[in-house]
Design a protein around this ligand. Structure first.
Ligand code: ASP
Length: 416
């Protein structure tokens, strides 16, 4: 997308978010009527995800050249994902211990939703089992992205060992990838209206500004804890960007379109097409974009991990239970895995939190405390999730010996 268009678009997106908040706040119920426009935007984004992920991962892995490089690249990526997730959880634990948002809280449980109750008894083996699907088509239909990505990685690795036969197939996927990115650029022009409708519609569903304030009043300190933790982690990622990738705030500016979309959609997966487009527009090596971002959008969830740790500690405090250091370490480990297991869809973190609660023996009904405000916090943690992925792509770029990003306005040259 031309630089000038990108700047204007960002401006309109910001206006869309602000107008969405204001109109949802003051004309709540009327705004629920236009929620369908947001859904249209969301559907269009989701429509792109499956072909985009498969084509991007296949062409990204193939472009690494030698399949032996995959181990090193994969290793760096996974270390980055794990390290930043653990840092995020640690920040959450520190904040919740300092602020103690759950102490002295009086509450009534509102009961569990079916999706949460169904997660009871989920263990580590379920997480591993979810990596390999017996049915690729069913996974695609249910937007279970992780098994699709793993399949695309090994499929592409196999293609690179086939010589000329493989090259044709890789060229085919390169073409699909470029066509998908073109669609993303077109769709971006619809983002301001889409995000406006999503934000206004959701606030409208909550009953407008006054109803929303009432909802958050009882858990105000909890919201402060989550938001300040997320803010701190955002800065930590900024520091990583600066120290490891050698990039500055300009990259953040370039990614804002994706971050606002994450805020509007509350879904890292739905935002993925925009994250990829923004990262490549900002000169990140295409191999890093195609490898790190799809994988990151499903397993690297810094914001979700932080939020799960805070939420579980908050529930413990509300029940008057003091978790020992040992139990908090269990929270650290399980929140990391629960975030990895969470899908990049709205409020997925709320569901995988069951794993953490069970690990430290807390009642699942505690989740009832958080239900009313989860949709709101979800938007902030999703933006941090996407920011974590975007920074990860620059970190991998830094470790690719022959990394080279696109110049502004340059497009990809397709060579078989
Ligand atoms: N909505 C989040 C995402 O898509 C996941 C979650 O924390 O619920 O990244």
């Amino acid at each position: 997308m031309p630089h000038k268009h990108a700047t204007f678009l960002l401006l309109f997106i910001v206006i869309g978010v602000v107008a969405g908040i204001l109109s949802g706040w003051f004309w709540g119920e009327a705004m629920a009527e236009i929620a369908w426009i947001g859904k249209l935007f969301l559907n269009a984004l989701k429509m792109l995800i499956i072909p985009l992920i498969i084509a991007a991962v296949v062409s990204g892995v193939a472009a690494l050249g030698d399949v032996r490089r995959l181990g090193r690249i994969g290793g760096i990526t996974v270390i980055y994902f794990l390290a930043t997730t653990v840092i995020a959880v640690a920040i959450g634990l520190v904040m919740v211990n300092i602020i103690q948002p759950g102490n002295g809280l009086e509450f009534e449980s509102t009961g569990l939703s079916e999706s949460i109750a169904a997660k009871e008894g989920t263990g580590f083996s379920d997480l591993l089992l979810s990596l390999v699907t017996p049915n690729l088509v069913a996974s695609a239909a249910n937007t279970q992205l992780l098994p699709l990505i793993l399949f695309a990685i090994v499929f592409s690795a196999a293609l690179t060992t086939l010589g000329r036969v493989g090259e044709h197939v890789i060229a085919f996927f390169n073409g699909i990838n470029e066509a998908m990115m073109k669609l993303v650029t077109w769709l971006m022009y619809f983002a301001p209206v889409g995000i406006f409708a999503l934000v206004a519609g959701r606030l409208g569903k909550a009953g407008g500004g006054d109803a929303f304030v009432q909802e958050i009043e009882s858990v105000g300190l909890y919201i402060v804890t989550v938001l300040s933790g997320l803010g701190l982690h955002f800065l930590v990622l900024m520091l990583i960007l600066f120290l490891i990738s050698g990039r500055g705030p300009g990259y953040l500016l370039g990614l804002l379109r994706a971050l606002f979309t994450a805020f509007g959609t509350a879904s890292s997966s739905a935002t993925l097409p925009l994250t990829m487009e923004c990262a490549r527009e900002n000169g990140v090596d295409l191999r890093a974009v195609r490898f790190v971002l799809p994988l990151g959008s499903t397993i690297n969830m810094n914001g979700t991990a932080l939020y799960e740790a805070v939420a579980v500690m908050f529930i413990a405090q509300a029940y008057g239970l003091d978790l020992s250091i040992g139990q908090q370490i269990i929270v650290l480990v399980t929140a990391t895995f629960a975030a990895i297991g969470a899908a990049g869809i709205p409020e997925a973190g709320l569901v995988t939190m069951v794993i953490v609660l069970e690990a430290v023996g807390l009642p699942l009904e505690g989740i009832g405390l958080l239900l009313a405000v989860d949709w709101f916090l979800d938007r902030f943690r999703t933006s941090v999730n996407v920011w974590g992925d975007a920074v990860g792509a620059t970190v991998l770029h830094r470790f690719l010996p022959d990394a080279e990003g696109l110049q502004p306005g340059e497009s990809v040259e397709l060579r078989p």
